[in-house]
Design a protein around this ligand. Sequence first.
Ligand SMILES: Nc1ncnc2c1ncn2[C@@H]1O[C@H](COP(=O)(O)OP(=O)(O)OP(=O)(O)O)[C@@H](O)[C@H]1O
Ligand SMILES: [Mg+2]
Length: 505
Amino acid sequence: MVDNRFLELKKISKTYPGVKALDEVNMDICQGEIHALVGENGAGKSTLIKILAGAEIPDPGGGIYIDGEAVSFSHPLESLRRRIAVTYQDLSLFPNLSVVENITISRQIEEGAWRLDWEVMTDTARDALARLDLNIGLNTKLADLSLANQQLVAITRALVHDARLLILDEPTSTLSHEEVNALFRVIETLKHEGMSVLFISHKLDEVFAIADRITVLRDGQHVGTYPRTDLDEAKLISLMVGRDIRFAHYERLEPGPPLLNVKGLHKRGHFAGISFTLHEGEILGLTGLVGAGRTEVAQAIFGQIIPDGGQLFLHGEKVNIDSTNQAVKAGIAYIPESRQTQGLFLGKTLADNLSVIRLDSLVNRFGLIRRDELKSYVQNWIKKLAIRPPYPEMVIDQFSGGNQQKTILAKWLAYEPKVLIVDEPTNGIDVGAKSEIHQLLRDLAGQGMGIIMISSELPEVIAVCDRILVMRRGRIAAEFDKDTATQEKIMNVAILGNNAQRSVS
Ligand SMILES: Nc1ncnc2c1ncn2[C@@H]1O[C@H](COP(=O)(O)OP(=O)(O)OP(=O)(O)O)[C@@H](O)[C@H]1O
Ligand SMILES: [Mg+2]
């Protein structure tokens, strides 16, 4: 391989109070390569990226070199001047401005333009979008775009900034299959133009599909950087977690009597003809492309959106659910797809966040919190979901993205509803912790809970669910049994609508 390394990190460390997030990490980026950064939740991936972005300052003792020259960034603008562009999950775009403005405004500001030249801006944005073969309306307000397109706008902006390195922190975690493909096409184009891309992902199939080299971090240390062709998935996992992990085969009991009956649920423009039965002790998978209507159906069952028609029966009795309050009273809980800090009390500790929902049961009749019980309750959930680091008194803001997700999940799982709907429960969660969450869901089902699991990750759906419904364009297009479901069959239905073999129940 030609040595075209242009960026080097040497002995980069970052210490937070009590945590060494990075410990003398060495790595380099070559020009025109796609480089994946992987590791368990809390391994230090986001911290490394923040340092490259000038958003965090590393400990003294290490160095960043560009073309052999030592550089230091103490502000995001400084790394942008060195042509390093970062898009975080929140994308830092301007929702009320147009696509043109979002793509070009920071460039204009950086160049010190004393007035905005609308014509130049439009031309620049149009060219950049065309170079990436993107079909996004120039004058559309950003807020009116899908999340996927907003992300593509953020990437187009990096192109306009003439970035040498584009950094993406979990860019695919909220994208559908088709959107991921579109993003990857754009990344490949950038690569052919000589740009380098560094991205973080927990989805190893994606890493193998697109990365030229893969860097593995574990507990803040650099395990190694490998050409993709030197690794396979099993090898990579053992490098990440230091042990072998396989998707376990879960003990499944015969599902019990019908618990929730959904009959003919429909809402104009969203979904129609939704009928199915969820049994006690059953995990029912609800899959399909993002946008197929899965989340809307869940929200309708949970009273968050009111359907135009249809009926719900719990234990055979008709229930009217017009509000989330009624749903909760009836014993239905819905854990929405969590994005970053949504659903957390920022500034509060891990213990506070974990216990907030069960506080009533942890208070004695004098209104005092039973400290010992609270403590063991919190410890128990930290252990169950392997939350790292296991410090109840640490402020939630200081946990890594994946550990924040686990906290949100734990908070709701503790609620012990009869019917639990989880939406993409393992999004952003590492491969080791994933199997712990799967086991937990199986355990809850084993206690009689009925669970609807919305997930786009087919290996997960197949490993965990008893039955799988595939939605396509607002309808249930097929139903599979755990023994007959394969990824291929499910994808076929989800994308093409083939193979419709639903036995209406
Ligand atoms: N502001 C902070 N204060 C204290 N500790 C922090 C802070 N930010 C991160 N950490 C700690 O640094 C470590 C690395 O966190 P980082 O966010 O880099 O992990 P990550 O690899 O991105 O994980 P994930 O996959 O969960 O997003 C974790 O132990 C985290 O708790
Ligand atoms: Mg992270």
